[in-house]
Design a protein around this ligand. Structure first.
Ligand code: S3P
Length: 166
């Protein structure tokens, strides 16, 4: 089981999908699964139910996906703030996709709305989470200024060495 963590804009969904294809594994994205189940966008879930309910739903989906058949699973950027999610990650090979905070905010701009950035200082959020990503990571890789293919090839080689590409 391979789990991708990292800040918003790190490329978890894009890299996760490409990595899954490269390793011939299924790919699941926690946010997409939440959206399908609640028939609403993440921003709508935040607005109608609030962050605590979103986090509860997030933990259920993380538990289900990480407890399921082997796959590549991309988590939302905030999941590592929950101790229960961090514990669930102990059973997976965790890849931390690193990204510079400026680059992350550049990538986020123009993408899907990120409710957490409306109510939090992005830099403070970034700093607080960086240590958490590091604490759960088995493999850390930077995506700054790099093509998706390059990141995927390096990851496939590293995970192959770890013997955890399935
Ligand atoms: C969040 C990150 C988002 C999504 C939600 C909350 C966060 O996922 O789960 O908006 O707390 O950082 P991405 O990291 O895929 O943007």
């Amino acid at each position: 089981m391979i789990a991708l963590v990292g800040f918003m804009g790190a490329g978890k969904t894009t890299v996760g999908r490409a990595l899954a294809q490269r390793l011939t594994l299924p790919f699941f994205d926690v946010d997409e699964t939440i959206e399908q189940r609640s028939n609403a966008t993440i921003a709508e879930v935040f607005r109608s139910q609030g962050e605590p309910d979103f986090r509860a739903l997030e933990k259920v989906v993380v538990a289900e996906l990480l407890g399921g058949p082997d796959a590549v699973v991309a988590l939302g950027g905030g999941s590592v703030e929950d101790a229960g999610c961090r514990e669930l990650l102990e059973n997976a090979t965790v890849v931390y996709l690193g990204v510079d905070s400026e680059e992350a905010l550049r990538r986020i701009n123009g993408g899907d709305p990120r409710p957490m950035l409306e109510s939090n200082d992005p830099e403070a959020l970034y700093k607080r989470r960086r240590a958490l990503y590091e604490s759960v990571a088995d493999v850390t890789i930077s995506t700054d200024g790099r093509e998706v293919d390059e990141v995927v090839e390096e990851l496939a080689a590293t995970l192959g060495r770890l013997g955890s590409d399935a």
